[in-house]
Structure formats: structure tokens, C-alpha cells
Write a protein that binds this ligand. Structure first.
Ligand code: KG4
Ligand code: ZN
Length: 332
């Protein structure tokens, strides 16, 4: 099927045209980062207004880049949740309007299901696999037995990993979004310099906790104020990043070993992190575990990833009607 997909769950307005849930003909992402940066985080009201402004342009651009007219589109997939209410409403309303006007089938896709499926746009991975979803809103470990067949193994008890990166960046005076900045500075820092805690590292569960780590950084900075942007800041970033990655890598490998599964997929915006990619690759290789992480452009928010589950459902006749509604809290 030739699908048009639409994603507006947070601060990226995105649309894509994808054939058969595998071949990306276009993937357009309009980032609102600059609009929110002055406030140090995403402002929901601004996000909704920017989505409204951008979405017609982004959809036009997706069709034009794919050299496809709306007449050729056979179905629509849209992020139904979880996410910001006003932001999701823009995407779902536009998707429903297109489906109504063109008499097309429409399916609502869970944003996290999109992230977990993005890898299939680049390569196949055999089921079952263990998946780590790490983004600004999620830190979840799943057992994935097929598209639509997810078992939650563990999740964060407080902050998501991306949220911790962003909050730590903010308290270090770095610009929003902070994950990328910490990654960049950490590359020149000593990760063994400050022994930050690794919360829940050896509790035997697959749950995470990042708020204590963030508080540890805050307490350290209160005692040792950051002077400029020199080596001290780089060591701080590297030490925090190492602590966060140690927990993510250890728990993910433990989940794979406990489930007796030899394949791991890492997905979501934090999967762009260079240390996480490197550490996960090293530890997985040591244990003979196959690791698949999408290219960074498919880890951060995009609409192409929705086409994998979207095509799977629509080609099996599973669709939502025009009563499809945004689901702000929608567990996978
Ligand atoms: O998946 P995503 O684009 O949006 C959500 O669904 O939340 O993830 C965004 C998160 C932000 O917290 C951002 O700081 C983080 O991913 N992130 C990173 C990196 N790039 C993005 N965190 C650490 N290192 C990075 N290189
Ligand atoms: Zn996301």
C-alpha cells in the first residue's frame, strides 16, 4: 500500500510517503526546536499553533518529494498518542479530513510503536527481540513478538532518560534540547571523573529511575559551581552520560539474557546518543547478541516510522473510523 503518514505528538511536524511499510519515498520533518528553545522546553500551546501552521506545507512537501499525488495515496496512518493533547489533535484532525475527503482507510498508531518499528525501514530483524524505547517521554523495555505484540518488561519510575538529559543540560546552563549538547561536550570529557550513582542498577528488575541521578548532578554542581565551558563541564557531562548509559545498557542486556532472546533493538531520540550506541554495541558484541539501532534521523521523531505498523494493520483490514480520537496517555 502507498501510505501518507502524519506525526504531531510533540514538537516536530512530520509527514511521509511510504510504500508497503518499507520503502520511504519521502520523510519531511519540520522542527519547532527554535520556537521552544527560548522557554527552555516545549510549550504545549505554541506546539499546537506551530503544527497548525506547518502541517499543510509539510504534507505538500512530502507528496512533492515523493513525486506522488494525493490521488495515488491508498491509506493514512497518524500518531494517535501518547503526546500533547493539542498537538495530537492537529495531526489526527488533518489525517481524518484527508481520509474523509479521499475516502481512504485511516489507522491511529501508537507513537512508541512507531519508534520500535523504525528499524524495519532500514533492515529486517527477526522476532522476538528485546526493545529499549528511550525518548523524551519514555524509557521502556519491551519483549516484541511481532508487530502489535508487545510485553512490557520494565519502565522508568520517574523521569524518562531524555528528560534527565534535558534537565541536567538545563541545570548546567546548556541550550535546549540538552541531550545533543551533553553528547557533544561529553565526547571531550572524562567519564570516570565524577562517580554519579547508577540508580536501580543491580535491583534485578527491568525498571529505571533517573530523577536521583539528576539530583546527584544538581547537588554536585551546588558544591562545585560550573566555571565557564571548559574541562570541568565536559567531565561533568561525560560522567553523567556514562552513569545513564551504564544503567540503560546493563538492564537491556539483562532483559535479553533473562528472556533468552539474542536480538536487541534500541529506539527513540536518546538512541541518537553516541555513547549509548557505542556502549550497547560493545556489550552486545561481547555476548554474541545481535543489535539493531536505526540511523539517528529515524531515532528522533519522524512520520515514516508510522508506516511500518500502519501498513501492517491497514493491509489486514484493521482500521479506525473517523471517530478516531487523540489519546494523550496511551500505553503500548
Ligand atoms: O523520540 P524523541 O525525538 O521525542 C520524544 O518522543 O520524546 O526524543 C527526544 C529526546 C530529547 O529528550 C532529547 O534531548 C533526546 O531525545 N536526545 C538525545 C540525543 N539526541 C536527542 N539524548 C542524548 N543524546 C543525544 N544525542
Ligand atoms: Zn518520539
Amino acid at each position: 500500500m502507498l501510505l501518507l503518514t502524519i506525526e504531531t505528538s510533540c514538537d516536530e511536524t512530520a509527514a511521509a510517503v511510504v510504500r508497503d511499510g518499507r520503502t520511504v519515498l519521502s520523510s519531511i520533518v519540520a522542527s519547532q526546536v527554535k520556537d521552544h528553545a527560548v522557554y527552555g522546553g516545549v510549550v504545549p500551546e505554541i506546539a499546537s499553533r506551530k503544527h497548525l501552521e506547518s502541517i499543510p506545507v509539510v504534507i505538500d512537501e512530502a507528496l512533492r518529494t515523493a513525486s506522488v499525488s494525493l490521488d495515488a495515496i491508498e491509506g493514512v496512518a497518524v500518531t494517535q498518542g501518547p503526546g500533547l493533547a493539542g498537538a495530537l489533535l492537529v495531526g489526527t484532525a488533518v489525517a481524518k479530513a484527508i481520509a474523509f475527503a479521499r475516502r481512504l482507510p485511516i489507522v491511529g498508531v501508537n507513537h512508541i510503536e512507531g519508534h520500535l518499528s523504525a528499524i524495519f525501514l532500514e533492515r529486517e530483524v527477526a522476532f522476538p527481540f528485546v526493545a529499549l524505547a528511550v525518548s523524551g517521554g519514555h524509557t521502556h523495555l519491551y519483549r516484541v513478538d511481532g508487530i502489535g505484540r508487545y510485553t512490557t518488561l520494565g519502565q522508568t519510575r520517574d523521569d524518562a532518560a531524555g528528560e534527565a538529559f534535558d534537565k541536567v543540560a538545563k541545570l548546567l546552563g546548556l541550550s535546549y534540547p540538552g541531550g545533543v549538547e551533553i553528547d557533544r561536550l561529553a565526547a571531550e570529557g572524562d567519564p570516570t571523573r565524577i562517580p554519579f550513582p547508577r540508580p536501580l542498577l543491580h535491583d534485578g528488575s527491568f525498571n529505571f529511575s533517573f530523577s536521583g541521578l539528576k539530583t546527584a548532578v544538581l547537588n554536585y554542581v551546588r558544591k562545585n559551581p560550573v566555571q565557564g565551558d571548559g574541562q570541568q563541564l565536559r567531565d561533568l557531562c561525560a560522567s553523567f552520560q556514562r552513569a545513564a548509559c551504564d544503567v540503560l545498557v546493563t538492564k537491556t542486556l539483562l532483559a535479553a539474557e533473562t528472556e533468552g532472546i539474542g536480538r536487541i533493538v534500541v529506539a527513540g531520540g536518546v538512541a541518537c546518543n553516541s555513547a549509548l550506541r557505542r556502549d550497547m554495541a560493545r556489550e552486545a558484541a561481547d555476548r554474541g547478541i545481535e543489535l539493531a539501532i536505526p540511523s539517528p534521523s529515524l531515532c528522533s521523531d519522524n512520520a515514516a516510522m508510522l508506516a511500518v505498523p500502519g501498513d501492517f494493520y491497514l493491509s489486514r483490514g484493521i482500521s479506525d473510523g473517523l471517530s478516531l480520537d487523540a489519546l494523550v496517555n496511551w500505553p503500548l
